[in-house]
Structure formats: C-alpha cells, structure tokens
Write a protein that binds this ligand. Structure first.
Ligand SMILES: [Zn+2]
Ligand SMILES: [Zn+2]
Length: 559
C-alpha cells in the first residue's frame, strides 16, 4: 500500500497492490519497449475533474461553420480559437488532417506542442449522429424531436434531460431508461406517466415517490415494492384512492412546492440502502449495475475489473475512465467520452481507436500518438505520418522526454482544455466557483443570455390558467435570474401532463436534479441499524441526516 498526496489539492490517497498490478497490465508496449505507467499523482476527484473538464455536453452556441459559412449549432462559440466544421463537413474527405502535422520538438514540453496542434485542427461542431428534428442535442445517437438534451440514445421527444436511453416524451429527467411521459424523474427505468420519482423501476401513475418498484398509482411514498393505491405509504382501496387523489392539485406550482417538501422530508426519514448497486459482485461505488470487481466507481454498467470509473458501459480491465465504453472496451487508462476503445491511454472523445496514446477527437485510428482530429490514421505522431519502424523508435523517445519533465502518465492538463470548466460535465459532478477555477489556471466562460425578459408578466400558478401565448414570453429564473423561454413542444407536454410552468432556468433545474444524487465520493461507515456492526463504503457522508443501512438490514427492514 502506497500513501500519496494529491499534487493539486493535497488530499491523501492510497494506492494498493491490486492497483499497481492493474497499472502494470495497462502499461502499453510500443515496438519492443514497455512504456511503464507510473502511479497516479492526483487523487480520484482531481483526476476525474481533469478528464471531465474536456467534455462539454450542454453548453451549445449558434455560430457559422468555418468551412462553409453556414449557420450551425456547436459546442464551440463563434469567438472560440478553434476552427469548427458541421458534422457532415468534418466527416467528409475533402480536407486533409495530415496537413496539420508537425515534427516533435525535444526542447519543449509535449502538452505545449499538443495545444498548438489542437488549436489548428478542425473541430466537429456537435456529436449528434442520425438526428431527426433535433439540432440542439449533443453526445447523442438516433434521436427524434428532442431539444436541449444530452447523452442520449434512441429516444423520441426528450426535452431538457440528460442521460436518457430508449425513452419517449420525457421533460426534465436525468438517468432514465425505457420510460415514457415522465417529468422530473431521476434514476428511473420502465416508468410511465409519472412525475418527481427517484430511484424507481416499473412504475406508472406515481408522483413524488422515492425507491418504488413494481407499483402503480402511488403518491408521496418511499421504499415500496409491488404496491398500488398508496399515499404516504398508507394503503387505500382503489375507490378510496381515486377520491383521495382528487384532493391533490399537481397542476399548481404552489402545491407542487409543498409536495416536493413532503417528498424530501419522507426521504430524510426513510431507510436508505448504503449503495444503489444491482447484480454486483465484489464492487464498491454507487449506481453500479451488473459489475464484477469494480472499485471506487460510479454509474458503471456491465463492467469488470475496473477502478475509478464514472459512467462507463461494458468496460474491462480499465482504470480512470469517464463516459466511455462499447463492446471490446478493454485495457483503457485515463480516457473520456470514447466509444469502442481498446488499449487506449490518455485520450479524449476518440471513437473506434486502439493501441494509441494522447489522442483527441480521433476516429478509427490505431498506433497513433499525440494526434488531434484525425480519421483512419496509423503510425502518426502529432498528425504527421511515419513508417511503422520510425513510429516504434520515436514514441519511446518522446515518452522518455515526457518523463524527464513530469508529463508522462498524466492526462491532458485542464489549462489546455477546449472549454471553460463551467461549460463541462466537470462542473456538474464537481462544481467549483469562478475564482477557484481561475486560481488553478483553468478556463471559465461567462454565460451570455441574449433574451430580454417580458416586463410585468406573472406566470400563472396553475397550468390550467396558462394560455398558448406563453411561448412568446421571456421568463426570469427565480434563483439565477437568467432569462429563459418555454418552447411550444414543452408547453404542450405541460398541458397534457398537468404540470405547472417551471419558474427556474433549465440549467438550474438540471443542477437541482444532480443535487438530489450523492456526489461521486465514498466514505467508510457503519450500518445505522441498532445492534448491527456491518461496515461499508457509501456515498452518504457521515454528516448526512439519512438512516443508512447495510444490505442485510435494508433487505430485512424494507423489502
Ligand atoms: Zn486532489
Ligand atoms: Zn446492518
């Protein structure tokens, strides 16, 4: 066991023998030279921030393409230093990624040279594959009629949501799968016609509920399995419930605020399972599903023998990865947002790539080093073509140079990220204020809102009093004071689902949903059930008010 202090925040972190063995396994061989990866110098949080600070999902801008001059939607604003092409223009073969190639200069740091190369190569405006009527979505594949939603796959009509798959008609939802007609739901699967439900599966017609499974027609309930017609965990007959539920007015903003308060009180007093892990073996972390030997990870699915992961899917023998995955995703280290990566190290948003190091936004590349925005390349260094022999000689030399100045083993530093910290997922999982971000030498981009609020306009309390002209009004967020509008499709959803007009900006709504989920950090704690001495790793910090139980006590008391 090694004890280290984080080079950035100073916090102590441990590196055990299992981790050192995995690092050895992950160290790549180029030609006949093994490039040994040294132990991490940053703690889990600082490493995760450094990778996530390269992933802008939700900060979108209207701008011109630098290739055609056409109007496009992009992750990069008009005044960004990078050239930006529309997706079709970027994937076309009429520009030469190798024309940006350059020699490696052994008198200068690698990251400095990489930043110069990366500033010149064209960037793809958005990662939005096969969209239909969905220009304002990002990190998305196969979506229809969706707007301002991110990390999406195979959906229809998703508004202001994040991490939603195989669903339709969701507004303001986060981490939902196979669900329909839901509003403000978090971590739900197979849920229909429900609102304000958290950590729930197989529901319909439920409102303001936490941890319900296989239930229908319930309100303000917690920890129920296969129950119907319950209000605040009290069982009613179908007839009684039908009468009782009429006393609720889910269309009134004021009433909804009251129900939200009652939900949070109910969540505070109910028993919480130490971790939301499903079908896992020998794992520590939270929101893990179908994983084996996955340690200190969050939101991992179908993964095996991994450590320090955030939201990976099908990862194997990998460490320090955020939001990557796909069949054959193996032997990856310090990567982010990469699909189908194999033996990839220190890389960002590089898809179908293998056996490469330090790639940024590359596609279908193998055996490459320090390349930016390349397609189908092999044996390239800094976008310059080499022979196999030359490549295998030069890469170990560059690594030796990086070792001598302390760059080897580190991910791309945040001061050369393409985005402001607050534009990225880093700020969603690990929020920081502007002052601290700038103090670290990282970037920040102030939000510029061009809408002018409609004067003297009061949003009606109840959705039944809202008129169609609502979509012309510019509202002001009651928390951040940022202006925002209600879209036509959104208004139709609220009217159909009997939901009051939100009084907060979509970014604030997203932020508040994330606050309802524990931050990605583990604490060693003891079961709070009287007489039980079981210990566990949990995301509930010791100062939290909830009753946190071990698996056995949770099973005995709740199910
Ligand atoms: Zn740290
Ligand atoms: Zn216990």
């Amino acid at each position: 066991m090694q004890k280290n202090n984080c080079k950035l925040c100073g916090e102590e972190f441990l590196i055990d023998d299992e981790e050192l063995a995995l690092l050895d396994k992950l160290s790549p061989t180029v030609g006949s030279v093994k490039l040994t990866i040294p132990p991490p110098t940053h703690c889990f949080t600082c490493r995760s921030k450094r990778r996530l600070g390269w992933r802008n999902e939700r900060s979108l801008y209207n701008r011109k393409s630098d290739k055609s001059g056409n109007d496009i939607v992009s992750m990069y604003p008009q005044d960004s230093e990078y050239p930006v092409y529309s997706s079709d223009e970027w994937y076309a073969d009429d520009w030469d990624d190798k024309s940006y190639g350059r020699d490696f200069d052994f008198s200068r740091p690698f990251f400095e040279q990489f930043a110069e190369l990366n500033a010149k190569t064209p960037k793809v405006a958005l990662l939005n594959n096969n969209p239909e009527n969905s220009d304002y979505i990002n990190r998305a594949e196969g979506n229809k009629n969706s707007y301002m939603s991110f990390d999406l796959g195979w959906n229809d009509s998703i508004l202001y949501s994040r991490s939603v798959y195989n669903s339709d008609n969701l507004t303001d939802c986060t981490f939902c799968r196979k669900s329909s007609f839901c509003y403000e739901c978090i971590d739900c699967e197979n849920v229909t016609n429900s609102a304000h439900c958290i950590n729930s599966t197989d529901l319909s017609g439920c409102n303001f509920c936490y941890n319900l499974h296989g239930c229908h027609d319930c309100a303000l309930c917690t920890n129920l399995f296969n129950k119907n017609f319950c209000i605040e965990n009290k069982q009613y007959s179908k007839e009684e419930y039908t009468e009782k539920i009429k006393e609720f007015d889910f269309g009134s903003k004021q009433k909804v605020e009251d129900y939200k308060k009652r939900l949070s009180e109910n969540m505070r007093s109910c028993v919480h399972r130490f971790a939301n892990n499903l079908k896992c073996e020998n794992c520590t972390g939270d929101y893990l599903e179908n994983c084996k030997n996955v340690k200190y990870s969050f939101g991992a699915k179908n993964s095996e023998n991994c450590r320090y992961m955030i939201d990976p899917e099908r990862g194997k023998d990998s460490m320090n990865d955020c939001s990557s995955g796909g069949d054959g995703a193996e032997l990856n280290y310090e990567i982010i947002g990469s699909g189908w990566p194999y033996n990839m190290k220190f890389s960002n948003a590089s898809w179908h790539c293998s056996d490469s190091l330090y790639l940024c936004f590359c596609q279908n590349c193998k055996n490459c080093f320090g390349c930016s925005n390349m397609k189908r390349a092999e044996y390239c260094i800094m976008n310059k073509q080499y022979s196999k022999d030359e490549y295998e000689k030069l890469v170990p030399k560059i690594v030796e140079h990086m070792k001598s100045i302390g760059e080897w083993g580190e991910f791309f530093p945040l001061d050369i990220s393409e985005f402001g910290y607050n534009e990225t997922v880093a700020n969603e999982y690990f929020p920081m204020d502007k002052k601290d971000v700038l103090k670290n030498g990282w970037k920040w981009r102030d939000k510029v809102d061009n809408l002018i609020p409609t004067s003297d306009f009061q949003v009606p309390d109840n959705i039944r009093d809202v008129k169609d002209d609502m979509i012309e009004k510019v509202l002001v967020c009651e928390i951040t004071k940022r202006p925002y509008k209600i879209q036509g499709q959104e208004l139709a959803f609220y009217m159909k689902q009997n939901i009051p007009i939100p009084h907060k900006h979509p970014d604030q709504r997203h932020h508040e949903r994330l606050q309802l989920r524990n931050a990605p950090k583990l604490y060693h704690r003891k079961c709070m059930n009287d007489g039980c001495n079981n210990e566990f790793e949990t995301t509930y910090s010791p100062d939290r008010p909830e009753k946190v139980y071990c698996e056995k006590c949770y099973q005995d008391n709740v199910i």
